[in-house]
Design a protein around this ligand. Sequence first.
Ligand SMILES: *Cc1c(COP(=O)(O)O)cnc(C)c1O
Length: 236
Amino acid sequence: MTDIKANLESVIEKIKIAETKAGRKEGSVKLLAVSKFHPVEEIKQTLDAGQLMYGENRVQEACEKFPLLNDEYKNIDLHLIGQLQLNKVKKIIQYASTIESIDRIELLDEIEKQCARINRKIKILFELHTGEESKSGFESKQQIEDALERFAQNKYPHIIPSGFMTMAPFTDDKNLIRKSFITLKTVAKDLQIKYPMYELTELSMGMSNDYEIAIEEGSTIVRIGTAIFGERTYNK
Ligand SMILES: *Cc1c(COP(=O)(O)O)cnc(C)c1O
């Protein structure tokens, strides 16, 4: 049996230690508990321990679990972290505060359209492809800049650009992982200078295996699944 509550407490402690070690303020890194493939009963264990931020990567699954949890708990903050299809936008914007996995402009067009319909605002992060293996994300800083240009032209009044997200490559090579985080940090810094009218302050980087490196490189959101909930079984 996985002791989810003990795992959560241990991760929170390790985040604090990493913040201090990196010379950062305590509380400057937010924990997004990645609950994909884990059932409502397990998520309740972390909610009971006070964890309010969750990440899911599939719309269908998120929209099955989180309405139930919202009935029972207040102030849950759900982020979508997986690839989003256009036809799922309408559904997810009802439940998520933030979509971290923005990887193309047509997605922004659809989010604006659907948010305008229900008069809701939503936060987004631009996902940048920085690792070799992973496939998701914008391919270059230029593409994100093109998207920000559209914000500057007031095309997206219902969308709040809030920062950037990346996934490091799946490797044991710490230098490669660090390189990926540094790339995101550098792009974020450049684009914040170019677009001072937006608060592009969030850097969502770091997962169970690499969050301590990510915190050293300036992460503000770590997305942690396995270290809290245990291994995922994909055949459910
Ligand atoms: C699954 C997932 C995570 C969490 O991964 P763990 O290794 O289980 O911590 C983080 N980010 C994204 C985008 C994911 O899909």
